[in-house]
Ligand binder design. Structure first.
Ligand SMILES: Cc1cc2nc3c(=O)[nH]c(=O)nc-3n(C[C@H](O)[C@H](O)[C@H](O)COP(=O)(O)OP(=O)(O)OC[C@H]3O[C@@H](n4cnc5c(N)ncnc54)[C@H](O)[C@@H]3O)c2cc1C
Ligand code: FES
Length: 290
C-alpha cells in the first residue's frame, strides 16, 4: 500500500528528521538485465528535488512500503540533476518488493549518505575506474561526473568486467564510450556464449596489459565482488600505486545510515559515514574492511 503522500510531503516537523523518508515517484523501470533493473525516481516535492545534491559514490536509504529499507548507491551523476537513477539487484525483502512496483508508484528516500569519492582531490589527475559486476552501479555516477567535467581530469580509463555480455550492466551505454577519443573504455567478459561480442574476453585483470598507466599521477576507483578486490589490488600494488590513491567502494549491512546504530561498524569506523569509499590505506588499518 502506498504511503499516505499528503502526510509525508512538505511536513515542516519532519523535514530535518534524518529518519524521515521523502517521497519519490518511480518514473521509469528499465529491465536492464534479469534481476538488475534501473529505477528512475523523482521527488514528489519539487523543492526537495531542487535541493537534493549528492557526490558520486554516495548512497540513499530506499524504503519500500511494507517491506523496509535498504542502502542503494546513486548511479546517476550529480551533473544530471532532477532525477535519481538506482541500479538494483533483486536479492531479498526490500528489493523483491521494489521489483513488484510499477511506474508512478511511490517509494521513500533518505539521504544522500556516505562520503562519496573525493572528486576535488582526483581533479587534475588521471583516473582509472575498475568495476566488476554490480560494482558498475556506484562507479557509473563517478564516470559520468568525470565525463561531464572532462577538462578537470587528465587521462580517464574505464575497465569493466562481467560474466557474459548479457550480464553486463549499461552495456549499450558503455559500448558507445569505446570509440571516444578522450577516454579509454575497456570492456571484458569471462565468456561469450553468443560469439557476437566485439570487445575483450578473459578475466578483468588482463585488461591491465592493454593500457600504460602512470601510477604516480593516477587515482584508481574500484568496486566489485570480493574476487575483484583480491586480484585488482594485487595489480595496482604491483604497479606501485600509492595506498591512498586506491579508492574502494565497500558495502556493509546498514540500518540507520547516519552513524547511530553501529550496524555497519568496522573497527572504529562506520561504513555509512566514514565510507562507503575507503582508501587501501584504510583497509590495511582495518583488515576486516575488504
Ligand atoms: C553503501 C551501499 C550501497 C549499495 N548499493 C547497492 C546498489 O546500488 N544496488 C544494489 O542492488 N544493492 C546495493 N547495495 C546492497 C543492498 O543494500 C543489499 O543487497 C540489501 O540487503 C538489499 O536489501 P533486501 O531487503 O532486498 O535484501 P535482504 O533481505 O537484506 O537480503 C540480502 C541478502 O543478505 C542476506 N541477509 C539477510 N539478512 C542478513 C543478515 N542479518 N546478515 C547477513 N546476511 C543477511 C540474505 O540472505 C540475502 O542473501 C548497497 C549496499 C550498501 C551498504
Ligand atoms: S548504519 Fe547505523 S551506524 Fe552505520
Amino acid at each position: 500500500m502506498p504511503y499516505p503522500e499528503e502526510r509525508l510531503i512538505n511536513d515542516p516537523v519532519q523535514t530535518d528528521n534524518p529518519y524521515w523518508p521523502q517521497m519519490a515517484r518511480i518514473v521509469r523501470i528499465y529491465k536492464m538485465v534479469p534481476d538488475n533493473y534501473v529505477f528512475t525516481l523523482r521527488f514528489t516535492d519539487q523543492r526537495r528535488a531542487e535541493r537534493f545534491k549528492h557526490k558520486p559514490g554516495q548512497f540513499i536509504m530506499l524504503s519500500v512500503p511494507g517491506a523496509g529499507e535498504a542502502p542503494i548507491s546513486i548511479s546517476s551523476s550529480p551533473t544530471r540533476p532532477g532525477m535519481l537513477e538506482l541500479c538494483v539487484r533483486r536479492v531479498g525483502r526490500v528489493t523483491d518488493a521494489l521489483y513488484r512496483m510499477q511506474t508512478n508508484d511511490l517509494v521513500g528516500l533518505r539521504g544522500p549518505y556516505g562520503n562519496g569519492f573525493p572528486v576535488e582531490k582526483i581533479a587534475g589527475n588521471d583516473l582509472l575506474i575498475v568495476a566488476g559486476g554490480l560494482g558498475m552501479a556506484p562507479l557509473r555516477s563517478l564516470l559520468w561526473y568525470v565525463l561531464d567535467n572532462r577538462d578537470s581530469f587528465k587521462k580517464v580509463t574505464l575497465m569493466y568486467g562481467a560474466k557474459t555480455p548479457a550480464d553486463m550492466l549499461y552495456r549499450e551505454e558503455l559500448q558507445s564510450l569505446v570509440d571516444r577519443t578522450d577516454m579509454r573504455c575497456l570492456l571484458i567478459v569471462d565468456r561469450d556464449p553468443t560469439g557476437a561480442w566485439k570487445n575483450h574476453v578473459g578475466l578483468l585483470p588482463t585488461l591491465f596489459d592493454h593500457v600504460a598507466l602512470e601510477p604516480a599521477n593516477t587515482y584508481a576507483a574500484v568496486c566489485g565482488p570480493p574476487v575483484v578486490y583480491k586480484y585488482i589490488l594485487q595489480k595496482l600494488l604491483g604497479l606501485n600505486f600509492s595506498k591512498d590513491r586506491i579508492l574502494m567502494s565497500l558495502e556493509r549491512r546498514m540500518k540507520c545510515g547516519v552513524g547511530k546504530c553501529s550496524h555497519c561498524s568496522v573497527g572504529y569506523k562506520y561504513t555509512c559515514i566514514h565510507g562507503p569509499i575507503f582508501t587501501y590505506w584504510d583497509a590495511i588499518n582495518l583488515p576486516e574492511l575488504v
